[in-house]
Design a protein around this ligand. Structure first.
Ligand code: SF4
Length: 340
């Protein structure tokens, strides 16, 4: 039996109009007053949605406010230099989003200054996948597109006590089918925002606040919410790296990451290279995670043996402050300025 049919027969029947009504009524009283909810400007909505991918609301709020002052329109963003954009994004992580937003602004300006008002047109633009198209399309233009992010998947998994592994790509299709069915097509903007808000503030990953949930009486997974969503885990891969701290007076040698490498466009300390450098004292150690890797980064003092084809330059602490650095290297700057 195809998986989608299996899911349909296994899940309890729901009174969709009743659930939609309860969800919307709850949102009317419980919605947080977030800055991007005070505007109908599609640009502002697109910025917030792209920032919110993989980042918590509380982290995004100050970045969003600064961003909108620095780049208040598509044109202002399209015309800004990449360095300025990366600096404004510094600390938010997943820098590809900043570059995609820049590419998106250039495409919008090139095509007349406004986003397309249909799903196909939105999806054809750089950096806009199914989630972002549904979020921008429904919130900015009222298109009947159901959003599906981690919060929505968690609510749906619990509401229907679904035991499908959300780490599998095919499960996404099943959840999207369900989200489409649940969608309030008359009011997709409120419905989508309400469902995401419920996941972010009530149907929490660890301790869901079921007592305050408007969907509580209809929730099949309520009594064992901790079991949902089901997600198979892949162990992170340990990795070590050594970076060189090369000091000259009060400045430190740094390099800008070239195109085609992770963190491209950002600044960092160079990898220690025994062919070109002499190793000195150990300075410190920082741990960080990137994609599936858990990295231990060791920093050592170093001197040049040869400076042939050195691509970087020495930066003072003021210059390092002004440039965009990869997050672990920013941490390292704070550390070495105290100890060296
Ligand atoms: Fe989530 Fe609890 Fe609401 Fe069910 S009742 S949707 S588990 S908060």
């Amino acid at each position: 039996m195809p998986a989608v049919l299996k899911m349909k027969s296994a899940r309890p029947k729901k009174d969709w109009p009743h659930l939609r009504k309860k969800l919307a009524a709850w949102y009317a009283t419980a919605a947080r007053a977030l800055p991007w909810r005070q505007t109908s400007d599609p640009y502002a909505i697109a910025v917030s949605e792209i920032m919110l991918q993989q980042t918590q609301v509380a982290t995004v709020v100050p970045y969003y406010s600064r961003w909108m002052k620095l780049f208040p329109t598509w044109r202002a963003l399209a015309e800004a230099p990449e360095n300025t954009i990366l600096k404004a994004w510094e600390g938010l992580g997943y820098y590809r989003r900043a570059r995609n937003l820049h590419a998106l602004a250039k495409a919008v300006v090139r095509d007349g200054g406004a986003l397309p008002r249909d799903e196909g047109g939105l999806r054809s633009l750089p950096g806009i996948g199914p989630y972002t198209a549904a979020a921008i399309g429904s919130i900015a233009y009222g298109l009947p597109l159901a959003v599906l992010d981690g919060n929505v998947m968690r609510v749906l998994a619990r509401l229907f006590a679904l035991e499908h592994d959300i780490a599998l790509a095919r499960t996404r299709f099943l959840f999207q089918t369900l989200a489409n069915e649940f969608l309030d097509r008359e009011n997709p903007s409120i419905h989508n925002q309400a469902l995401m808000e419920l996941g972010a503030t009530v149907c929490l990953p660890r301790k869901p606040l079921c007592l305050f949930c408007p969907l509580g009486p209809d929730c099949a997974g309520r009594s064992r919410a901790g079991e949902f969503p089901v997600k198979s885990r892949t162990a992170s891969v340990p990795q070590t790296e050594t970076v060189a701290i090369i000091k000259r007076g009060k400045s430190f040698y740094c390099e800008q990451v070239p195109e085609g490498k992770p963190w491209h466009g950002l600044w960092r300390f160079p990898d220690f290279d025994s062919a070109r450098m002499e190793r000195g004292e150990k300075v410190g150690r920082i741990k960080y995670g990137i994609t599936k890797y858990s990295v231990t980064m060791e920093a050592v003092e170093a001197k040049w043996k040869t400076r042939a084809s050195v691509p970087g330059r020495h930066l003072t602490s003021k210059e390092m402050e002004a440039l965009a650095f990869a997050a672990p290297h920013r941490k390292l700057i704070r550390f070495i300025l105290q100890v060296i």
